[in-house]
Design a binder for this molecule. Structure first.
Ligand code: IDP
Ligand code: MG
Length: 149
């Protein structure tokens, strides 16, 4: 099992897409093991997106992600990192395929609704950045054996 970090960005929250994003993750069979609404402050934003610090869009990216509350979560499942990236779709919503979250709900690369970790290494880093260990819950769902062989 893998765990990955997912976040409904400020535009997704403002547009009422929190439930839609969670619905798509849940119906796939992924399990939510941590969930909270937060307003990201400058320091955390810069740390989260530190790989992009040299990019021309870094300042606007930090402004975007700190512009309102987000819903941060950790989801668990088989191949969760790759599976969630596929559900989220390409970075640029104009190019993301229909059926993906970004493909269905976005038009602009600077307003792409949702974040998802791009590798297991990023997932571990981002989960520890946003969640304390005791905020992540180990539990078994009643339907587990109907999701996994
Ligand atoms: P990802 O979110 O699909 O992993 P990254 O390349 O890691 O994409 O970029 C992080 C975020 O930075 C994107 O989700 C998007 O919000 C923003 N971003 C990426 N490229 C651009 C750009 O060219 N212009 C404006 N914002 C961008
Ligand atoms: Mg990324």
């Amino acid at each position: 099992m893998e765990r990955t970090f997912v976040m409904v960005k400020p535009d997704g929250v403002q547009r009422g897409l929190v439930g839609e994003v969670i619905r798509r993750l849940e119906r796939k069979g992924l399990k939510i093991v941590g969930l909270k609404m937060i307003w990201i402050q400058e320091e955390l934003a810069m740390e989260h997106y530190s790989e992009h610090v040299e990019k021309p869009f870094f300042r606007s990216l930090v402004d975007y992600i700190t512009s309102g509350p987000v819903v941060a979560m950790v989801v668990e499942g088989k191949d969760a990192v790759k599976v969630v990236r596929n559900i989220v779709g390409a970075t640029n919503p104009a190019e993301a395929l229909p059926g993906t979250i970004r493909g269905d709900f976005g038009l602009d690369i600077g307003r792409n609704v949702v974040h998802a970790s791009d590798s297991l290494k990023s997932a571990e880093r981002e989960i520890s950045l946003f969640f304390d260990a005791e905020e992540l819950l180990d539990y078994t769902r009643a339907n587990e054996e109907w999701i996994y062989e």
